[in-house]
Design a protein around this ligand. Structure first.
Ligand SMILES: NC(=O)c1ccc[n+]([C@@H]2O[C@H](COP(=O)([O-])OP(=O)(O)OC[C@H]3O[C@@H](n4cnc5c(N)ncnc54)[C@H](OP(=O)(O)O)[C@@H]3O)[C@@H](O)[C@H]2O)c1
Length: 278
């Protein structure tokens, strides 16, 4: 089976790429945009460039595509251009595994299950471009593709095979090393997922025949405050170094409160395991 990982140089994508490369039965290719990271065999590709995309895709003709691309403030270009190119090329039998986010639930009244309605973010919110592009992508995929799995995740954390950490933990480490005290919101509730567990889920969906939307992550939701205290302890510091941030704390003032994901469906239908918080 021929599998292509778009965004194989990223935090999650590189973990997925590495795991897939360990499977002898798979023929795996991957792409990067600016920096291939630890890999020497990735293909440089801007998915937004129609000619390069078409040339690459026609050469690879994958049986399964993993979309682990992210561009934050330019996420709408990725969807209106890159994802559109992919959907134009996708054969009906090709499976698309699309990485999505808990930010599709802007109401913040979680925990949410897979059937719950998604809702757009107000245009003026700093994260609206990213979140609304993900909502649009999910809709495009559900309308145009039959053989797809949308895997939604909350904040991804932990060290991957290549020794890379998530940005949040990197910042925390710096703060702790500088003897600073820092604060996180106890009212922002999320389902955190370890990068290795999410990557293992992607690999399972490459060959498990399941389609549709699946929520991923630990069974128990947690606030950023609780999560960061646990991470602080894990890093060998006193959890008291983490304080509670007030609800009007910038820049998170307008964040949806609870975007936790109920993960009963994926745990019932697969044998995947999502580790509890440390
Ligand atoms: N991180 C999280 O907490 C989180 C939470 C929920 C969902 N997700 C989803 O999980 C997926 C992976 O996230 P991540 O944290 O691993 O992201 P990441 O580390 O920022 O990686 C993004 C990847 O996209 C590539 N890329 C960006 N623009 C591109 C373009 N125009 N053409 C081709 N490649 C392009 C990057 O290539 P270069 O690095 O080479 O430039 C990189 O490989 C994304 O779909 C994201 O929405 C992430």
């Amino acid at each position: 089976m021929n599998v292509c990982v778009f965004g194989a140089s990223g935090y999650l994508g590189s973990t997925v790429y590495q795991l897939l490369k360990n499977e002898p039965s798979l023929d795996v290719s991957g792409t990067y945009l600016t920096d291939p990271g630890a890999f020497t065999d990735l293909h440089k590709l801007d998915v937004n460039d129609p000619e390069s995309f078409s040339g690459f895709y026609k050469t690879m003709q994958p049986d399964v595509v993993v979309w682990s691309v992210m561009s934050g403030t330019y996420e709408d270009d990725l969807i209106n251009e890159g994802l559109l190119h992919l959907l134009d090329h996708l054969r009906p039998e090709t499976k698309l595994i699309y990485l999505s986010t808990d930010f599709v639930f802007s109401d913040g009244n979680g925990p949410y299950n897979e059937e719950d309605y998604v809702s757009k973010w107000p245009d003026e919110h700093t994260l609206s471009t990213y979140a609304n592009a993900k909502i649009k992508a999910e809709r495009m995929i559900a309308d145009q593709v039959t053989n797809y799995a949308i895997l939604r995740a909350g904040p991804i954390y932990g060290e991957n095979h290549l020794g890379q950490q998530d940005e949040r933990t990197k910042q925390l480490k710096e703060t702790l090393a500088n003897e600073q005290i820092t604060a996180y919101r106890p009212d922002l509730i999320r389902t955190f997922v370890h990068v290795e567990d999410l990557a293992a889920a992607v690999v399972a969906f490459v060959s498990n025949g399941l389609t549709g939307i699946y929520h991923t992550g630990a069974k128990r939701q947690a606030s950023f405050y609780t999560f960061m205290r646990k991470m602080t302890e894990m890093l060998g510091y006193q959890p008291e170094r983490i304080e509670k941030a007030p609800e009007d704390d910038q820049p998170d003032k307008e964040m949806p409160k609870n975007t936790a994901l109920s993960t009963e469906k994926i745990t019932a239908e697969t044998d995947l395991h999502f580790r509890p918080l440390p």
